[in-house]
Design a protein around this ligand. Structure first.
Ligand SMILES: Cc1cc2nc3c(=O)[nH]c(=O)nc-3n(C[C@H](O)[C@H](O)[C@H](O)COP(=O)(O)O)c2cc1C
Ligand SMILES: CCCCC(=O)C(=O)O
Length: 363
């Protein structure tokens, strides 16, 4: 690739060149056969767009409101761990990039900068992501999130234990210090056999956490809870009953259970079960503005972006994060104009054809 990257896939190429192989493998990899990893991308390609012509598109407004927060576009930085392995400034640089683009920043509890450092370094609206951790860890996270102005909790519910990423095992991937755990777990307890990321997870997660425990989480915080990792209508219904404020359709970037479907292919099932009661968000495989458009057409309120943001960070720090988000925003803006949609609310189900519909010869 010559010159400056012109799309987010080219940022991946740049990051692959500058990052040590062990870290690039950690960021890019998926679970086991990586079937789902490929599907997350491929499934978007099977959906086509049904544009409308001769609409006045002289002004395009991509802004939207997510849990009461106005953002410049339906884009959220997905919570991903270990940003200092991509760039020394870590999550602080990522959050500043998100703030510069006026989009919401998801911060993983397994970040390499502390949540306090991220909070004090930028004005971005921030959501904190947690796993079903042991209760004392969750309670500590909640107190600190509230004290530091985080606006929502993302409960990642697809990780009762860690998925198996074979490259990390081969590479003997060593997790960086996750500073938010300081004083909460003994770091010596984390063994160095194989991938110690896995050992970290085993030390902190509570695999017995289940639906009824959401009531407990709600009882210790006033922050809205988004549940991340929903892939079926059944679980979407349970999430509504449990009183969550929003649902994130996600297969964890294909890093947990392999052979789950591409997220975009189960979005409608979830949207139908939710019946508009709470916002439905989606992540997994978003690499183009057209992907965001497709997700919105199938009922998502917004999307989360995982790896492309990390690649931007790895390639160029805060500037790279900003460029990746701006690229996606520009692509979405152009897509909306060319498809005849002035606002995000103008993007409807009739603006896309899914694979099944195409096979039925509607297009
Ligand atoms: C390197 C890496 C680390 C991640 N760490 C977390 C995490 O700590 N918590 C979490 O809920 N999801 C985590 N995720 C999943 C993302 O939040 C998101 O679901 C996924 O990256 C979206 O897919 P995409 O990378 O194709 O955009 C991670 C993903 C990657 C690639
Ligand atoms: C213990 C770190 C978990 C990070 C994670 O969720 C991932 O790598 O997908």
């Amino acid at each position: 690739m010559a010159g400056e990257p012109v799309n987010v896939n080219e940022f991946e190429e740049l990051a692959r060149k500058v990052l040590p192989k062990i870290y690039y493998d950690f960021f890019s990899g998926g679970a086991e056969d990586q079937y789902t990893l490929k599907q997350n991308i491929e499934a978007f390609r099977r959906i086509t767009i049904r544009p409308r012509i001769l609409v006045d598109v002289s002004k395009i407004d991509m802004s939207t409101i997510i849990l009461g927060h106005k953002t410049s576009a339906p884009i959220i930085v997905a919570p991903t761990s270990s940003h200092q392995l991509a760039h020394p400034e870590g999550e602080v640089a990522t959050a500043r990039g998100a703030a510069a683009c006026n989009v919401i920043m998801g911060v993983a509890f397994t970040s390499t900068c502390t949540m306090e450092e991220v909070a004090s370094s930028c004005k971005a609206v921030r959501f904190i992501q947690t796993f079903a951790f042991k209760r004392e860890i969750t309670a500590n996270m909640v107190q600190r999130a509230e004290r530091n102005g985080f606006r929502a909790i993302i409960l990642t519910a697809d990780t009762p234990r860690l998925g198996r990423k074979e490259a990390d095992i081969k590479n003997k991937m060593i997790a960086p210090p996750f500073k938010n755990f300081e004083g909460l777990i003994s770091t010596e307890a984390v063994s160095d056999k194989g991938s110690n990321v896995e050992a970290y997870a085993a030390e902190t997660l509570d695999p017995s956490f289940c639906w009824k425990d959401i009531a407990w989480l709600k009882s210790i915080t006033k922050l809205p809870i988004l549940i991340k990792g929903v892939l079926t209508g059944e679980d979407a219904t349970k999430a509504i009953e449990a009183g969550v404020a929003g649902i994130i359709v996600s297969n964890h970037g294909a890093r947990q259970l392999d052979y789950t479907p591409a997220t975009i292919s189960v979005l409608e099932e979830v949207v139908h079960a939710v019946q508009g009661k709470v916002p439905v968000l989606l992540d997994g495989g978003i690499r183009r503005g057209t992907d965001i458009f497709k997700a919105l057409a199938l009922g998502a309120k917004a999307v989360l972006i995982g790896r492309p943001v990390i690649y931007g960070l790895g390639a160029k720090g805060e500037t790279g994060v900003k460029q990746v988000i701006e690229m996606l925003k520009n692509e979405l803006e152009r897509t909306m104009a060319l498809a005849g949609c002035r606002t995000v609310d103008d993007i409807t189900r009739s603006h896309v054809n899914t694979e099944t519909e195409r096979l039925l010869c509607r297009m």
